[in-house]
Design a protein around this ligand. Structure first.
Ligand code: SF4
Length: 194
C-alpha cells in the first residue's frame, strides 16, 4: 500500500485516542483540496500492510482514521489494512473517501463491499471549498455525509460531532503538518504563512 504517513495520538479526526493513516494517490482534482500533495501516486512509499502496521502498539488506540489521497483507490490494500486492524481488536475504523456511498456500492466490487462491511464510519464525497461553512468537526464541506455503518458507534460519533473543529499542529522544523478539519480562516492563515 502506498502510505504517506501514519500518526498516533490523534484526537482531531474522530473520537478518542486515534491512529491516523494518510494514503497516496487520488484521481480527483477537487478545487481547494486540503491535501494536494497526496494526490499523486508514490511508489517510493509502497509497503507491505501487515509488516508496516505491526510496528505500532495498539493497546491505547481507540480507533483509526484513514484518509488521503483516496483510500478506495487502493481497495485491495485497504481491505488488507482494515482486516489487520480488526484482527488487532480495532473496530472503530473511519474512512474518508471522495466517492459517495452510492458510487461505492454501485461498483459491485466484492472488495469494496467487504470494506464497507467491516468499517464503523464512512465520510463520503469530495471536498467542495464553497460548501465549507465552518460547521462540523468530521467533514470539511456540507456535501460530505457521515455514514454510521456500525450502529454500535452511533452515540460515540454523535457525542464527538457536538465538539468544535480541532486542528492538531506538528512542527517538524522544515515544515508544519496540520491534522483535523480546519476552518476557512485557518486555511487562509495557513496559506498566507507557509
Ligand atoms: S478527493 Fe480528497 S484528496 Fe482527492 S482531490 Fe478531492 S479533496 Fe483532494
Amino acid at each position: 500500500m502506498q502510505i504517506e504517513r501514519t500518526f498516533t495520538g490523534i484526537t482531531a479526526l474522530g473520537p478518542g485516542n486515534r491512529m491516523a493513516v494518510w494514503v497516496n494517490g487520488c484521481p480527483r482534482n477537487c478545487p481547494g483540496c486540503i491535501s494536494p500533495t497526496l494526490r499523486r501516486e508514490a511508489p517510493e512509499n509502497e509497503c507491505d500492510v501487515p509488516e508496516y502496521f505491526s510496528a505500532f502498539a495498539y493497546d491505547d488506540i481507540d480507533g483509526v482514521s484513514i484518509s488521503g489521497g483516496e483510500p478506495f483507490y487502493q481497495a485491495a490494500e485497504l481491505l488488507s489494512l482494515v482486516s489487520f486492524l480488526r484482527d488487532k481488536g480495532i473496530r472503530d475504523i473511519l474512512v474518508y473517501t471522495g466517492y459517495t456511498l452510492e458510487e461505492l456500492t454501485a461498483m459491485r466490487d466484492p472488495t469494496v463491499d467487504a470494506i464497507l462491511g467491516m468499517i464503523a464510519v464512512l465520510i463520503d464525497g469530495p471536498y467542495i471549498a464553497e460548501q465549507n461553512d465552518d460547521t462540523g468537526n468530521l467533514a470539511g464541506s456540507k456535501n460530505q455525509r457521515i455514514h454510521i455503518l456500525d450502529e454500535s458507534f452511533r452515540k460515540r460519533y454523535e457525542d464527538y460531532a457536538s465538539d468544535k473543529r480541532e486542528v492538531q499542529t506538528f512542527n517538524f522544523g522544515s515544515y508544519v503538518l496540520s491534522v483535523g478539519i480546519p476552518t476557512k480562516e485557518y486555511i487562509r492563515n495557513f496559506n498566507e504563512n507557509t
